[in-house]
Design a protein around this ligand. Structure first.
Ligand code: NAP
Length: 381
């Protein structure tokens, strides 16, 4: 159709396409639907079709010589087609490298955003609301904004003082909820003492709930036959690591230590949905060690430094350590070092694969936030 209506444009597209194909040794990046008309949906379809081309390349055989912790092939954000990464290992368990994987996901998001914008569409927008002067929260927010910038996602922000009232915070959330350029809203937690977190979070509309904290999202995750709009980022990051490192889940036994709404519970649901038999360990569990020692996959998210010891791990199990704790260490310049909820040095002698802290689940959380924001943008059209 396009060829007849706009022969010059079609010829130019063909030449560019041939150039692109020979240059990248891939397929045509954009499909011919470009010529059908220029309405938003068609353009959006074009952006989607470029994603599918990336999928197609992701499914191609890996290049020779890849491996050893290197990403083997490009891909886009689709679980079943996610890039498989070989875990690296010096001695003991293989290392599941969250930094490397997060970098790959951020690249994939950046590619998809650039496909959107190069077709004349609005880039995704993420709004981050910071209340108070906590230094750690300010650092997290700064890192999220930087990550957005790198991926081509537009970031919006409102910083309110500690003295802001709950109503002022809710009004700020509602302003972003009404802004058509904002696809995702994130309220940096914790909020100052005395503020009702649930009341503030419930002002975030579910279609912009990129943190996945809305009870409806969690409910849909727990209900068979329904899919949540968003999965909480840290939990999604844990699953993404297991899947990209080809850790078998279906038919396996998993233990999740911790049952918080943002990490433990959604991770347990994701593992169960992926076919694992899951036991959730919490502060009232009588024999946490025995539960973990029986598991092929252990996810530790209890906030107790190095609680999961080496003798809690079944030989060959995969261990995902979500914990981030500061432990006094006078040998360090800053007087402490970061440790997880797993005693890494002991566990790595027994496990088959393990995430380090730092450099494991931590970087995945921001990467999954970018992915959720991109998903929100795609859905908004
Ligand atoms: P949380 O809300 O404090 O929840 C901790 C959970 O662990 C609770 O369910 C608690 O059980 C359970 N627990 C505490 N002590 C226990 C014990 N001795 N034995 C068994 N279970 C115990 O923490 P969270 O927000 O889920 O975070 C967990 C960890 O992940 C923290 O270290 C946090 O810093 C880290 N984190 C990391 C990221 C990241 O991006 N990597 C993101 C979020 C959190 P009860 O329910 O019975 O109290």
């Amino acid at each position: 159709k396009g060829w007849r209506r706009r022969p010059l444009a079609a010829a130019a597209h063909l030449i560019l396409g041939i150039f692109w194909k020979s240059h990248r040794r891939g397929r045509f990046f954009f499909s011919a639907c470009f010529f059908e008309d220029s309405n938003r949906n068609t353009k959006l379809h074009m952006a989607h079709s470029s994603q599918f081309q990336l999928h197609a390349r992701a499914r191609a055989p890996p290049p020779r010589g890849g491996g050893g912790g290197q990403l083997q092939r490009p891909c886009l954000l689709h679980r079943r087609n996610a890039t498989r990464i070989r875990a690296s290992s010096s001695s003991g368990a293989s290392i599941i490298d969250g930094k490397l994987t997060a970098g790959q996901i951020r690249q994939e998001v950046a590619l998809a955003v650039s496909a959107l914008t190069s077709s004349g569409l609005r880039p995704p927008g993420l709004a981050v609301l910071l209340v108070g002067e906590r230094k750690d929260s300010a650092t997290y927010v700064r890192n999220k904004k930087l990550a957005c910038e790198e991926a081509g996602i537009v970031s919006f922000g409102t910083d309110l003082p500690d003295t802001a009232t709950q109503q002022q915070v809710i009004d700020a959330v509602k302003a972003f909820a009404d802004d058509p350029n904002v696809d995702g809203i994130l309220v940096q937690l914790p909020l100052p003492d005395g503020m009702d977190e649930r009341a503030v979070l419930s002002a975030v509309p579910i279609e912009k709930d990129v943190d996945g904290f809305d009870p409806l999202n969690l409910g849909m995750l727990a209900t068979r036959g329904t899919e949540p709009l968003f999965v909480p980022c840290t939990a999604a990051g844990c699953l993404e690591l297991l899947q990209r490192y080809d850790v078998p889940i279906r038919g396996k036994v998993a233990a999740v230590v911790g049952r918080s709404n943002i990490v433990g519970t959604p991770t347990a649901m994701l593992l169960q949905n992926a076919g694992a038999t899951v036991t959730v360990v919490h502060s009232q569990t009588p024999d946490a060690k025995a539960v973990c020692a029986n598991a092929d996959i252990v996810v530790a998210a209890c906030g107790v430094p190095e609680m999961v010891r080496g003798d809690w791990i079944k030989p060959g199990a995969a261990v995902i350590d979500v914990g981030i704790n500061a432990k006094d260490d006078p040998t360090k310049k800053r007087g402490y070092r970061l440790v997880g909820d797993v005693a890494f040095d002991e566990a790595k002698e027994v496990a088959g694969a393990i995430t380090p802290v730092p450099g494991g689940v931590g970087p995945m959380t921001i990467a999954m936030l970018l992915k959720n924001t991109l998903d929100a943008r795609m859905r908004s059209s």
